[in-house]
Design a protein around this ligand. Structure first.
Ligand code: KIV
Length: 279
């Protein structure tokens, strides 16, 4: 399994880091087989799998349930699990109890927390406890309702400067990596140069040290609208619909199950069962 040190070396040598989300066993296993560097059981789970309108409804128990499944599917891939809404605020005891529970139960290699400000102390607290932390800056989906929606961040010189300061603070607090979401691509290069830990972009342009995409976006399954920054690399949605359509039709016209899908009883057993009454 690649480690935090390997990711730092990849950044230093310019080798791009590949990250994607996974919330279940088969997806995680497929990603591992295809050589993905990092898996994220993100709280995007709430929207793309659980059908919630945003990530704020996702609980620690949801993250544990899905993080464990991803871990079982990919035991040799670095796994990051999100701390969901509200679980990394409040007293140190409360934050630690939630973090330790998620970390131990999922077998994750790192936890991800959104934001800077007081979250910097949380990053430091977790690191001191022995839990590697991935920071998340730029657009913070858990705070979307506070900032008035899903908006590109860091578009002014002042907010760009603040973002760079936040990235430095995350690194100083001990974060092993930073996910940056929806920022102008020109700022990404500056961010990558400002810190020695990898910057993983989503909607942050090609200059990030690595990229992360939500699985359901990259295979186009269940997501009605692809965000501007995402790309569908295959069309699983099409394949799934086509399979269900064909199955429905085959049941209705009795072409399924066919002879090869049935189990057969021997003639003598049938005679013993029904005797002469068999038609
Ligand atoms: O929850 C998630 O999937 C994420 C990605 C958008 C980075 O945080």
């Amino acid at each position: 399994m690649k480690t935090v040190n390997d990711f730092k070396k990849m950044k230093a040598s310019g080798e791009k880091i590949v990250m994607m989300t996974a919330y279940d066993h088969p997806t995680a296993a497929a990603a591992e087989q295809e050589g993905v560097d990092i898996l994220l059981t993100g709280d995007s789970l709430g929207m793309v799998v659980l059908g919630y309108p945003s990530t704020v409804y996702v609980t620690a128990d949801d993250m544990i349930h899905h993080g464990k499944a991803a871990r079982r599917g990919a035991q040799d891939t670095f796994l990051v699990v999100d701390m969901p809404f509200g679980t990394f605020r409040g007293s140190e005891d409360r934050i630690l109890a939630e973090a330790v529970r998620i970390f131990q139960k999922t077998g994750a290699d790192a936890l991800k927390v959104e934001g800077a400000g007081e979250v910097i102390e949380t990053i430091s607290l977790l690191m001191k406890t022995g839990i590697p932390v991935v920071a998340h800056l730029g657009l913070l989906p858990q705070s979307a309702s506070v900032i008035g929606g899903y908006k590109v961040q860091g578009k002014t010189a002042e907010s760009a400067r603040q973002l760079i300061e936040e990235a430095r603070a995350c690194e100083s607090a001990g974060a092993c990596m930073i996910v940056v979401e929806c920022i102008p691509h020109q700022l990404t290069k500056q961010l990558c140069e400002a810190v020695s830990i990898p910057i993983i972009g989503i909607g942050a342009g090609v200059d990030a040290d690595g990229q992360v995409l939500v699985f359901h976006d990259l295979v186009q399954f269940g997501t009605h609208h692809l965000p501007k920054f995402a790309k569908g690399f295959s069309n699983a949605g099409e394949a799934v619909h086509s399979g269900i359509r064909s199955y429905t039709q085959a049941v209705r016209d009795c072409s399924f199950p066919a002879a090869q899908h049935q189990f057969t009883m021997k003639e003598e057993e049938l005679d013993a069962l029904y005797g002469g009454a068999r038609s």
